[in-house]
Design a protein around this ligand. Structure first.
Ligand SMILES: Cc1cc2nc3c(=O)[nH]c(=O)nc-3n(C[C@H](O)[C@H](O)[C@H](O)COP(=O)(O)O)c2cc1C
Length: 204
């Protein structure tokens, strides 16, 4: 009987140790990380006419990305497509449908010279038909982010993270992809977006 109690106690302690380890692993990657680790926020965002927010000067995802940078001191790289997406909402919906259907890789401006310097990368974009816009997949094709800690995030109007997390995992199988977070696009236009993002970042 004594032995059984000891075995149960041991199992319980092992279970606690494992749980503790998993939690440490998750929190170490962001909130408790050492200062020398460099963080980057890569994102795409579309200003102009959009669903639920009218004609906006700063895109929803850009507002979320800016808040992350302000809160964490991260650098940012905005994926700016060569193509002009500034058009009425329904035209953009049709264009995005075509891009997705044809598996397009639209080109974009600029590049990151020092991607190797970054250990943790937030990857943000609007949800366009269930995942990131195609131009973000052009970025994914150009940069190998295996070996890094990746934090997907989206802004959306109902789909949440949609398939972005699994798409990032599939693209970078040797990275550590955290659970990510999503924010309603129209909430990003509100003044308290920074507080909102600060709360969301607490879980990492
Ligand atoms: C072409 C297009 C497709 C969209 N598809 C979805 C979708 O599948 N699910 C969803 O929740 N929202 C969808 N939306 C809404 C956007 O995800 C949402 O407005 C987002 O916050 C826009 O971010 P941005 O201003 O950074 O571009 C779509 C918007 C556009 C323009």
């Amino acid at each position: 009987m004594k032995n059984i109690v000891s075995i149960i106690a041991l199992c319980f302690m092992l279970m606690l140790a494992c749980t503790g380890h998993a939690q440490n692993k998750e929190s170490k990657t962001f909130n408790n990380m050492e200062k020398k680790e460099k963080v980057l926020v890569v994102f795409f965002s579309h200003a102009g006419e959009n669903y639920s927010v009218g004609n906006i000067k700063i895109g929803n995802t850009k507002r979320a990305a800016d808040a992350i940078c302000e809160l964490t001191g991260a650098d940012q790289f905005e994926i700016v497509a060569d193509k002009n997406y500034d058009m009425p909402y329904m035209d953009l919906v049709n264009l995005a449908t075509e891009e997705a259907k044809n598996n397009e890789f639209p080109s974009y401006k600029g590049k990151i010279d020092n991607i190797a310097n970054y250990d943790t990368i937030f990857i943000g974009g609007p949800v366009w038909w269930g995942t990131y816009p195609r131009v973000m997949f052009s970025f994914f094709r150009d940069y190998d982010l295996n070996g890094k800690t990746l934090i997907p995030f989206t802004t959306h109007e109902g789909s949440g993270l949609a398939s972005t997390v699994s798409d990032v995992k599939r693209t970078y199988p040797n990275s550590e992809v955290l659970s990510g977070f999503s924010i309603y696009g129209h909430e990003c236009q509100k003044v308290d977006i920074k507080d909102r993002v600060a709360k969301l970042l607490k879980k990492f």
